[in-house]
Design a binder for this molecule. Structure first.
Ligand SMILES: CC(C)(COP(=O)(O)OP(=O)(O)OC[C@H]1O[C@@H](n2cnc3c(N)ncnc32)[C@H](O)[C@@H]1OP(=O)(O)O)[C@@H](O)C(=O)NCCC(=O)NCCS
Length: 179
């Protein structure tokens, strides 16, 4: 299972990716709004073991790595959580290596995944859950056209403190209008 864009390939994560993933996922500053910041490469190995082998299994996370076509370097990852009535909803989350932020790679990856989820897998609703202080993430989802649906106050305990959670969503009909 592989998705392509102009500059990128998205392919399933594998154990041989663990060191490259550790390189950017272990960065405590860049990932300060994330619930998972690995301390060791072994933790990345366990993470890769736990994700689903196949796309679209109910109540699992599937994980893509984002690879630059030109250099074949892994520049980030994108997770998809399949859930809900008849398995028709998904949650997504995206992380980029800091050296590859600000170049439109997250926008390009997320849009390709949205196309795939709506057009091929026929999903009805895509959500993403963001800390309101995570401005790059907020900009990303608003740029793409997600609608802000809810702001939960101190609803998550992340990295030792209570934080707010803002839920954004996109339904299939929205995507048809946007594109
Ligand atoms: C969230 C995250 C993926 C967003 O990354 P990003 O680099 O801001 O987003 P993009 O890759 O789409 O880049 C957009 C920026 O590139 C610029 N850009 C440059 N070339 C571009 C192009 N060809 N196409 C689109 N945008 C382009 C845009 O103008 C925008 O700039 P701005 O930030 O000054 O507004 C990133 O900040 C991240 O990994 N954060 C840490 C992990 C995290 O917290 N994830 C969220 C939890 S789900």
């Amino acid at each position: 299972m592989k998705l392509e864009t102009h500059r990128l390939v998205l392919r399933p994560i594998s154990q041989s990716d663990k060191k490259e993933i550790f390189e950017y996922r272990s960065d405590k500053e860049v990932n300060k709004y994330q619930g998972w910041i690995p301390e060791t490469v072994d933790e990345v190995e366990t993470f890769i073991e736990k994700v689903a082998n196949q796309m679209n299994e109910p109540d699992t996370w599937f994980q893509f790595v984002i690879v630059k076509k030109e250099s074949k370097k892994i520049i980030g990852d994108l997770g998809i959580h399949f859930f809900g009535e008849k398995n028709l909803q998904v949650e997504i989350g995206c992380t980029l290596n800091k050296f590859f932020q600000g170049k439109g790679y997250a926008t390009e990856s997320v849009k390709r995944v949205i196309d795939y989820l709506f057009n091929d897998l026929k999903k009805n609703r895509i959500i993403t859950s963001v800390d309101p202080k995570n401005l790059r993430s907020i900009n990303l989802v608003e740029r793409i056209g997600f609608r802000k649906e809810a702001h939960f106050v101190e609803s998550l305990f992340v990295n030792g403190k209570w934080v707010d959670d803002v839920v954004y969503a996109l339904i299939e009909k929205d995507w048809e209008t946007i594109n």
